[in-house]
Design a protein around this ligand. Structure first.
Ligand code: E4P
Length: 215
């Protein structure tokens, strides 16, 4: 399973990209709004940091408008992926963009049927939201398993981006469930790095090293 960073904060993106663990970034209108900066300016900066798929979301709710927005966004960089909300107009837009050779990420997926339809419309990626399902008492990981099973059985090439990740355990559970990618928020990525026994181990090694006779 590959890892993307789920943020529009360029400082976070630079820091995590330097670790060599991510190969893409996802943004959404809420993440962009947090930055208080121009949308295209932020996305352009992200493309200069990470050499991989960068999801930028359209906001028009009509297929025609989504396609028009997408055509503008892909002018920014070859790595731009058009993020489209799951709905009838979104499917129509995904199908049209696929025919034009433009990559899409159909987002806000909460059922396997939605994922199947998005894949059949030609989506490059689908984004099932694990955490938001867990929040309402459902099981996000089960959705990842279902989609992975369906895509495997039917030889569907659309990649599953497990989204709405809240904790390190979600990351590993998504990997076990068959997600191709997990898009991980900065704070969760940092938590994945640390472990109290690692910190303790480093401290012990350094302390013991002080007792080694030096010539
Ligand atoms: C990414 O593609 C999604 O927009 C994001 O993971 C949603 O996360 P949230 O449910 O924490 O807002």
């Amino acid at each position: 399973m590959k890892l993307f960073l789920d943020t529009a904060n360029v400082s976070y993106i630079r820091e995590i990209n330097d670790l060599g663990v991510i190969c893409g970034v996802t943004t959404n209108p809420s993440l962009i709004a947090k930055e208080g900066r121009d949308f295209k300016e932020v996305v352009t900066e992200i493309t200069s940091i990470v050499d991989g798929p960068i999801s930028a979301e359209v906001i028009d709710m009509k297929a025609e408008g989504m396609v028009a927005e997408a055509k503008e966004l892909v002018k920014i960089h070859k790595n731009i992926v058009i993020k489209i909300p799951m709905c009838a107009e979104g499917l129509k837009a995904a199908a049209a963009l696929t025919k034009m050779g433009i990559k899409t990420n159909v987002t806000l997926i909460f059922s396997a049927a939605q994922a199947l339809l998005a894949a059949r419309a030609g989506a490059t990626f689908v984004s099932p939201f694990v955490g938001r399902l867990d929040d309402v008492g459902a099981h996000g990981i089960e959705l990842i398993e279902e989609i992975a099973t369906i895509f495997n059985i039917h030889g569907i090439e659309t990649e599953i981006i497990a989204a709405s990740i809240r904790k390190p355990e979600d990351v590993t559970a998504c990997a076990m469930a068959g997600a191709h990618i997990a898009t991980v928020p900065y704070e969760t990525m940092k938590k994945c790095i640390d472990h109290p026994l690692t910190t303790q181990g480093i401290e012990r090694f350094l302390k013991d090293w002080e007792t080694v006779p030096k010539k």
